[in-house]
Write a protein that binds this ligand. Structure first.
Ligand code: HEC
Ligand code: HEC
Ligand code: HEC
Ligand code: HEC
Ligand code: HEC
Ligand code: HEC
Ligand code: HEC
Length: 397
């Protein structure tokens, strides 16, 4: 099957080479020839999320897309993905909390908003330092962190807001017991390649010519963060509209990236560009609960995924990226039952090879996709390693 985007031929060549290399990893499952680390994907030409583009002018912004795709645009803009980064002045969380405080030993933290400015202040009783915040990261339902600038450098606030607490606590993984000085207690410097990565995963059009370009940023994961720059597509469709041939399928489709045409393995790697692919986890040595939130990795290690994957079990089989996450566990049942038999009396067929459950007939995910508390995040996340969960069994790595 040929995909219409330019990436396919390149990848096929590279996969042949990668396979030889990757089979030397003892832990690698048999058929992962096509699973790829995101850093490797980003070396190829052709669109992929987080990819650099030669010019920021190729992006038109979600308001343009909305003119012809109003339904998708109206829903997508309310998703946590679309809202995952904002200029601090636009942060809903900070609009609702004029003053947030946090105390750790002698150090007190404060985020206070007045007259449109948000000031971050850290005090140890004798000294006090402040900086105006510039960016909020995270839509806030789970958590929100803050970035600010000082003398041209970017810093991440040592404290973050947590949706469950409705208050500040240490930014996960950044707690310090003995900060060297007040500066270190206040924030962590974010430098070079990390800035590029943070913004590529949380905003649109921030990486131009492989560098971070702040003047072109569209906050949040908007249409073009997934579909690639859309100027040529928008212009061609506009032209077709004027010529009276709009909506005729097939014309100029190459001008926009359609992830719907990816094979199952690539489709999961696609979301994995930000959510963490199988190889991103392996090469990053993320072990134990640290890999819980890399859903692509967890899903692909489950027995349901099998050796080659299946379109009935990609991320988009269960989640529409243009809509808010469905929280009702029972509504995922039909996804499970697209492969699993509904009753133990039934016999497997070519398209229903999954055995039936002896225990339950509904709410499958509630038992087979267990939730784990991440204490640093103050939040419970869903394990995408679909399996029989035995009481007291350790977290399967
Ligand atoms: C002037 C109207 C117009 C604008 C603006 C527009 N689109 Fe489209 N788009 C269309 C039409 C019409 C189709 C169906 C074309 C076809 O099937 O050949 C389409 C198809 C698509 C597809 C499916 C492609 C495929 O291969 O089937 C995607 C994805 C898409 N648009 C995304 C976007 C994004 C993202 C933007 C903003 C950057 C955008 N569109 C802006 C009119 C528009
Ligand atoms: C490789 C991509 C990637 C990078 C790099 C990245 N993030 Fe994220 N971030 C994500 C994804 C994906 C989520 C949502 C994870 C989920 O819900 O499972 C997220 C979630 C968050 C959240 C919401 C709270 C939470 O944990 O759900 C905050 C805040 C956040 N990131 C801040 C940052 C900051 C600050 C940086 C840089 C210093 C950064 N991220 C770098 C991908 C990334
Ligand atoms: C360009 C980076 C990027 C890509 C690509 C991406 N995501 Fe996300 N996604 C994020 C970030 C960042 C968040 C965190 C939102 C927050 O809480 O601030 C997130 C959050 C989510 C959530 C949680 C929403 C909620 O309500 O808790 C789901 C579900 C999700 N993504 C699904 C997908 C799927 C499916 C795909 C592939 C079609 C995908 N994502 C591709 C960056 C990305
Ligand atoms: C997180 C990634 C992500 C974001 C953000 C995103 N899309 Fe999509 N889009 C996808 C994926 C994945 C598919 C293929 C879905 C499938 O196969 O079920 C798709 C399919 C489409 C299609 C073609 C299929 C259809 O259902 O008509 C259009 C048109 C489209 N998107 C437009 C948009 C527009 C407009 C926006 C912004 C408002 C947007 N998308 C934002 C990932 C994304
Ligand atoms: C078989 C269905 C299924 C598939 C496939 C699936 N998910 Fe989920 N996902 C769920 C369920 C169920 C939840 C929990 C919903 C709830 O109860 O809040 C969830 C929750 C999430 C969340 C919210 C954070 C959390 O941990 O609860 C994110 C982010 C997410 N999925 C991303 C992905 C990505 C990325 C993929 C592809 C690798 C994927 N999912 C594939 C069923 C699925
Ligand atoms: C693409 C098809 C497919 C989908 C979708 C699917 N499964 Fe499976 N699943 C299978 C197959 C096939 C097996 C048997 C694998 C084997 O024997 O190696 C399996 C095995 C299992 C097992 C036994 C695993 C073990 O560790 O012993 C459980 C439990 C399970 N599936 C539950 C679910 C649930 C719950 C869902 C929905 C959230 C789901 N599956 C979605 C195909 C699927
Ligand atoms: C109340 C919790 C619960 C619910 C709900 C539930 N299961 Fe199970 N399931 C289990 C347990 C426990 C086992 C292990 C049974 C055993 O080995 O004796 C199991 C076993 C399985 C197996 C392995 C069967 C085998 O022969 O290897 C599959 C597949 C499965 N469940 C799928 C599903 C699907 C699909 C649904 C929804 C239609 C579902 N389960 C609902 C608890 C549940």
């Amino acid at each position: 099957m040929m995909r219409r985007c330019g990436i396919s031929k390149w990848l096929l060549l590279r996969f042949a080479a990668s396979c030889l290399l990757f089979t030397t990893y003892a832990s690698a499952p048999g058929a992962l020839c096509a699973q790829t680390a995101t850093d490797e994907r980003l070396l190829y030409p052709g669109w992929w999320p987080r990819h650099s583009t030669p010019s920021g002018n190729e992006y038109v912004g979600p308001v343009e897309c909305a003119k012809c795709h109003p339904g998708k645009a109206a829903e997508q803009k309310n998703t946590p993905m679309a809202r995952t980064a904002a200029l601090v002045a636009d942060s809903d969380i900070l609009a609702r909390h004029n003053q947030l405080t946090f105390q750790a030993g002698r150090t007190s933290y404060q985020i206070a908003r007045s007259e449109g400015k948000t000031e971050y202040t850290v005090t140890d009783g004798t000294r006090s330092i402040s900086a105006p915040l510039t960016w909020s990261f995270g839509d806030g339902r789970v958590g929100q962190s803050y970035l600010f600038e000082r003398e041209g450098n970017l810093y991440e606030s040592r404290v973050s807001y947590f949706g469950i607490l409705k208050a500040l606590d240490f930014t996960p993984g950044r707690r310090l017991t003995e900060p060297r000085d007040l500066e270190e207690a206040m924030a962590r410097p974010v430098t070079g390649s990390e800035i590029v990565r943070c913004f590529a995963c949380h905003t649109t059009s921030s990486t131009i010519n492989d560098t971070f370009q702040r003047d072109r940023i569209i906050p949040g994961i908007t249409c073009e963060a997934c579909h690639g720059p859309g100027l040529k597509h928008a212009a061609a469709e506009q032209m077709a509209y004027l010529q009276g041939s709009a909506g005729e399928s097939g014309h100029e489709a190459d001008l926009i990236f359609d992830p719907g045409k990816l094979n199952p393995v690539d489709a999961v790697d696609f979301c994995g560009a930000c959510h963490g692919t199988w190889w991103d986890v392996k090469l990053g040595s993320l072990e134990g609960l640290a890999n819980l939130r890399a859903q692509p990795y967890r899903l692909e290690k489950s027995r349901c995924w099998g050796r080659k994957g299946d379109a009935r079990l990609t991320c988009v089989a269960c989640h529409d990226p243009h809509q808010e996450l469905v929280r009702d566990s029972a509504s995922y049942d039909k996804k499970c039952l697209s492969c699993h038999l509904a009753a133990t009396s039934m016999k497997p067929t070519p398209d229903h090879q999954g055995p039936a459950c002896k225990v339950g007939t509904k709410n499958c995910a509630s038992c087979h996709m267990p939730k784990y508390l991440d204490p640093g995040m103050h939040y419970t996340f869903t394990d995408h390693d679909i399996r029989v969960v035995r009481q007291g069994a350790p977290y399967p790595d």
